[in-house]
Design a protein around this ligand. Structure first.
Ligand code: SF4
Length: 126
């Protein structure tokens, strides 16, 4: 399902954009209930391994899913990864994935928790 929380004014999309979520901060600096104190991201999990369908790459508006087919490590990497520093948490990639490998962090299957770090590490080592 597509996530439009950001457009509803309560998600991290606006927080990243310096929008309403920032204005929702209390005088003490803590965020309103329901918002998080850090940016959120989608992540790619286990079923991408051996699949590497790139439909998600095509729809991502901020080009934060790599490696792409024309990058040198596409053949050697087991899966695709989302850069959490760039992802705007829009959810457009979720329905494009034929093996349901992409989830917002809060909905990631528990047994896939390690994929959060795996996605992060790919970009850390770039
Ligand atoms: Fe790109 Fe949006 Fe998917 Fe993040 S949630 S990887 S920004 S398409």
């Amino acid at each position: 399902m597509r996530s439009w929380r950001g457009l509803a004014g309560e998600g991290p999309w606006l927080k990243k954009a310096g929008g309403i979520a920032d204005m929702m901060q209390s005088p003490e600096g803590s965020l309103h209930e329901g918002t998080k104190d850090r940016d959120m991201s989608h992540f790619i999990g286990e079923t991408c391994i051996g699949t590497k369908d790139t439909a998600c790459v095509e729809v991502c508006p901020v080009d934060c899913i790599h490696p792409t087919k024309d990058e040198p490590d596409f053949e050697t990497e087991d899966q695709l990864y989302i850069d959490p520093d760039t992802c705007i948490d829009c959810g457009l990639c979720v329905d494009e994935c034929p093996v349901k490998a992409i989830y917002p962090e809060e909905d990631l299957p528990e047994e896939w928790n390690k994929y959060i770090q795996i996605n992060i590490d790919y970009y850390k080592n770039k």
